[in-house]
Ligand binder design. Sequence first.
Ligand code: TRP
Length: 342
Amino acid sequence: MVQKKEIVILTGDRPTGSLHLGHYVGSLLNRIQLQEKYKQFIIIADAQALTDNWEHPEKIRKNVLEVALDYLAVGIDPDKSTIFIQSMIPQIAELTVFYLNLVTVSRLKRNPTVKTEIQQRGFGEVVPAGFLVYPVSQAADITVVKGNLVPIGEDQLPMIEQTNEIVRAFNRIYPGDVLVEAEALIPKVPRLPGIDGKAKMSKTLNNAIFLNDSIDILADKVMSMYTDPGHIRVEDPGKVEGNVVFTYFDVFDPDEKEVAWLKEHYRRGGLGDVTLKQRLIEVLNTFLEPIRERRKQLAKDPAYVMKLLSEGTEKTQVVAEQTMQEVRKAMSLDYYNGRERR
Ligand code: TRP
């Protein structure tokens, strides 16, 4: 029988803030399901976060814990997924240095994700080198554990492309086919819009509902949600398409029949935005309450959460060192004949 290649998942986030509903729909839900079937590594990419936050290390430090709390609260299970901290894996830094020889500056400048981010951050011509090369370091994140399936948002596709270019160059130049190419796994569900109706929910755009928003904050945010600007009086017919409240019902309300009925009523006229929003507040609270509760419990014991992260990091180190021994050998850098480095 042909042996099937083992699927290894590597995915993760920059710890720049708490995670929101967009993350839940776009990636967390996927991970909760994937951990049941596959070997899954989840990276908290603190070093990458520093590439545009180098002046605020304490912010990144704080958010490593916040992101870990979010993971655990939504049901990422540390017995099934290996959660680790990027900067604690020195092998990633080492691999990045070797990969940098296989990439050109012009190729990095053409990476669409980097290009957009350079604009967003207003770097102009003065792009920090660390920021420009972070896709190379992301290639190291993935390949150091030989990840071959990477669940990510669509905006991250250029990262996988760049990773695979590096993998192919490495395997062409150095013997042994050490590295494996990765495949992106893009969520089937459409991206969750922000409360302002913009296509993307994001912390920077200030249009996000966070997993740890309190009941009051959630209510305020839903009440300010973008609906149909043409729906002025209750009796006016309203538009459902592009109406954020309905998009959220479609994702979070398990009662499809009721949602279909609400849509019909709204189109016909006579259903007010406030009534509709009150219902959405209830629906979202039902969804978020168990997550809030678990998060609150876990937040009482940060030492426990950090212990889980250190265990995950240790497990990852073993795998990463194994890969690096193969990498060093292929590159004729195995000076002490396989003896482990510290
Ligand atoms: N760049 C990703 C983001 O901004 C985070 C990340 C870092 C990542 N390393 C990764 C994602 C490796 C997938 C695989 O969200």
